[in-house]
Each structure stands twice: as C-alpha cells, then as structure tokens.
Design a binder for this molecule. Sequence first.
Ligand SMILES: Cc1cc2nc3c(=O)[nH]c(=O)nc-3n(C[C@H](O)[C@H](O)[C@H](O)COP(=O)(O)O)c2cc1C
Length: 197
Amino acid sequence: MKRPFLIMAFLLSAMLIFASCEETPNDVNDDKEQSRVLVVYFSCTGTTKRLAEYAADILVAGIHEIVPEVPYTSADLNYSNDDCRANREQNNPSARPAIKNGMENMEKYDVILLGYPIWWGQAPKIIYTFLETYDFSGKTIVPFCTSGSSGIGTSDTNLHALAPGINWMSGRRFSGSETKNGISQWIESLNVNSKNQ
Ligand SMILES: Cc1cc2nc3c(=O)[nH]c(=O)nc-3n(C[C@H](O)[C@H](O)[C@H](O)COP(=O)(O)O)c2cc1C
C-alpha cells in the first residue's frame, strides 16, 4: 500500500527539482532584465552587430543598437568618394549625427560594452553623439570595434574625453571573421560578470 505512494512522492519531487533547474526562455529574459551589463553597438553593414550579439548572448546581457536618425545608404558609406557622408562626418570635428532611438534606463547599468566599426581609424561620430547624450558617472565602458584591417589605434582613447572621469577599459579590435569563441575568451579576460556588478 505504501509503495505507490512512495513512488508518486519520488516522481513529484523529481519533477519539482527538474522544473526548478531547467532554464526557460523566461528565466533567460529575467537574467537579461537583472543584468548590470549592457552591450551597445552601432553597425552599418552587420559586422559589429554580429559580434555585439555574441557578447550579449555570452553575458546574458541586454543589447541596444544605436540607430541613426537618418540611415546610412551605401552611397553614404562609399569611402572612396571624399565627399560621401561618412567621410564628411569623420572630417568634421563637430559632426554629431542624430540618434533615432533613446534609452530610458541607462542608470540601470554599471558596465557598457560599446561596439563600433572603424571609420578612418576612428569611431564613427554617432558614437560621440551617444557618449555626449548620457551621464556615465560611476560606470565602466569597454570599447570594441571591427575593421577591415586597421587596429583599434586611438579610436578608443579618443572617446575618453567625451565621458571623462569614468572607468574606461582598454578597447579591443576584432576582424569581421571573429568567432563566438573568440568573443567568449575576450569577455572572460574582462572579468565583468553580468549579474549584480
Ligand atoms: C567610411 C568608412 C571608413 C572605413 N575606414 C576603415 C579604416 O580606416 N580601416 C579599416 O580597416 N577599415 C575601415 N572601414 C571598414 C570597416 O571598419 C569594416 O568594414 C567594419 O567591420 C564594418 O562594420 P559594420 O558592418 O558593423 O558597419 C571603413 C568603412 C567605412 C564605411
């Protein structure tokens, strides 16, 4: 008589243990909600976007794309034309291309991984707009970039003046063919934990 009851009790507790261990999509979303790390990126042709998505995935962190008010066309990005939009912006120290989408909850984050493509050795000017829009006091920013062949150069350190007095970590350049594993190794070396930073 006792045996069926014991079997039932065992099965029930096994089911409860299993249910509490299994990570459901909602759990992942909760983790993202609670994360103190945010991956922010600007990307015109998808290269930086792909790596930003790897980073957010690995960190179970939120992700935010910087969307330009006026999208960049392929003519705008045709850097062999001296007068293309991207070149004009990069040559103009006061260019600050407008951002279409704002962020309301920046205060929620302690660590921001900031991704951009290299444009003429520097970060696109829209990154400057982003850095001048928010108060980053008390935060850590980790720049990363993608490029055809150039290194990160001064593109990361030149951003420091736009958000002074915060914890700027060294930036890192990746090629367009970087793997998720490569991003994972980089993130490990940063020692930033997505939860409760
Ligand atoms: C206006 C412009 C300037 C660029 N300047 C450089 C450069 O100085 N060095 C380099 O290696 N790649 C340069 N590139 C190539 C981009 O950095 C590279 O394709 C990047 O991975 C694109 O990222 P995205 O797909 O996220 O926009 C330039 C691209 C554009 C559009």
